[in-house]
Ligand binder design. Structure first.
Ligand code: TXA
Ligand code: MG
Length: 350
């Protein structure tokens, strides 16, 4: 009974957006596109509505949600104050893929913030999201609209696959552009801290407000190999993902080694690496020369590998610069095993 509204033209489809907004006003949960990934929205001031989000996703209740608002004025309504740096960030990046953490004034429902005194807030840069926010006149708490643990949804089809029958409706605005979630920046401390790398890069932020810190927890990528069957909980494709860090010859050797062991091996790579590999199950996710392309295709490619086709996925490692930070953050979380090429003797002797 999940309603599906296709939004092809924002000016001609306002009745569909009104219908979705009316359900939101009745404490229902609606999925909608943002420029990053699809969100699962509900009235951020209503505890019952928010409880339905956690229920539909199977999300642990101690993980707080991001509040989405239509404009800068609305941010004022939910925070106790806006520090100067936050003011600058809002002017520079909103609407856009940046979420800032500020002190809450208590208007937002307690289960949105998981009991914290702070709230995460952003202005999405997508015409459907913005029309929806205007139409319902509510702040919308919205996590990514996937089943907890799976890759985030970048199309309405992904949302449908995960949540059909569990939510009131889905606004289909086509594929999202950025493809990775917003950058989460804590602005409550003296020096702002990046809690999650995302669509806005560290460099871009530093150009506006100067030095920012990175949450030390992000540096811990856990290089301890885990068994392929081990359960993991983030951005999880249907088959275990092994992250391979090495050149094309090393990658090819990993394909052959695991094929010889009897595994059906899938490969996820840039078109540059794909051109150098010999294997029959390879899915490309854009070009290394433009990591924005990789970001946009990452989750869709992860979702495209089916349990019935592959026992494991060998995935390329990307350069950790610019949006590559966010890409590698997600891949490290998705990976159950990391395989690194050791340096050759002449390299180590340098
Ligand atoms: O791009 C996005 O941010 C998407 C779209 C739908 O807007 N949303 C999204 O939400 O990725 P979600 O729930 O999947 O991730 C929210 C992140 C989590 O890592 C959560 O822990 C963090 O934001 N967060 C939310 N409130 C917080 C708070 N008060 N303090 C620290 N972290 C917070
Ligand atoms: Mg999520």
């Amino acid at each position: 009974e999940t309603k599906l509204w296709k939004i092809e033209d924002i000016t001609k489809n306002s009745t569909q957006i009104e219908a979705a907004a009316n359900l939101l006003k009745k404490q229902e949960v609606i999925a909608f596109p943002t420029e990053t990934v699809y969100g699962l929205g509900a009235d951020a001031t209503n505890e019952q509505a928010i409880a339905k989000i956690f229920e539909a996703k199977g999300r642990p209740s101690d993980n707080p949600l991001i509040v989405h608002v239509a404009n800068k004025r609305q941010i004022d309504q939910y925070v106790s104050n806006i520090p100067d740096i936050a003011e600058k960030l809002i002017d520079a990046f909103m609407p856009g893929p940046l979420t800032i953490i500020l002190s809450s004034n208590g208007v937002i429902a307690k289960n949105v913030t998981a009991g914290l005194s702070t709230i995460a807030i952003r202005i999405p840069d997508h015409p459907v999201a913005r029309h929806l926010l205007e139409a319902c006149q509510l702040p919308l708490a919205a996590p990514s609209a996937n089943k907890s643990g799976k890759p985030s949804p970048t199309s309405a089809t992904h949302v449908y696959q995960d949540l059909n029958g569990k939510i009131a409706g889905i606004l289909d605005g086509g594929n999202t552009g950025v493809g990775l979630e917003s950058t989460v920046l804590d602005c409550t401390s003296e020096l702002p801290i990046i809690l999650r790398p995302g669509g806005v890069t560290k460099d871009q932020i530093e150009q506006v407000i100067g030095t920012v810190m990175i949450d030390p927890a992000l540096a811990k990528t856990d290089d301890q190999p885990k068994s392929p069957g081990m359960k993991y909980t983030h951005y999880q494709p249907e088959a275990p993902l092994w992250l391979v860090d090495g050149d094309a010859d090393f990658f090819q050797a990993q394909i052959e080694l695991n094929t010889d062991k009897g595994y059906k091996v899938g490969v996820m790579a840039s078109k540059e690496l794909a051109a150098l590999l010999h294997t029959d199950n390879i899915k490309t996710c854009g070009t290394r020369a433009n990591l924005n392309e990789v970001a946009a295709q990452l989750y869709e490619t992860l979702r495209a590998f089916k349990k019935s086709d592959v026992d494991l996925i060998l995935c390329e490692s990307f350069e950790q610069a610019g949006v590559g930070d966010a890409i590698m953050n997600r891949l490290h979380k998705a990976a159950s095993k990391k395989i690194k090429q050791s340096l050759s003797p002449d390299e180590t002797s340098l």
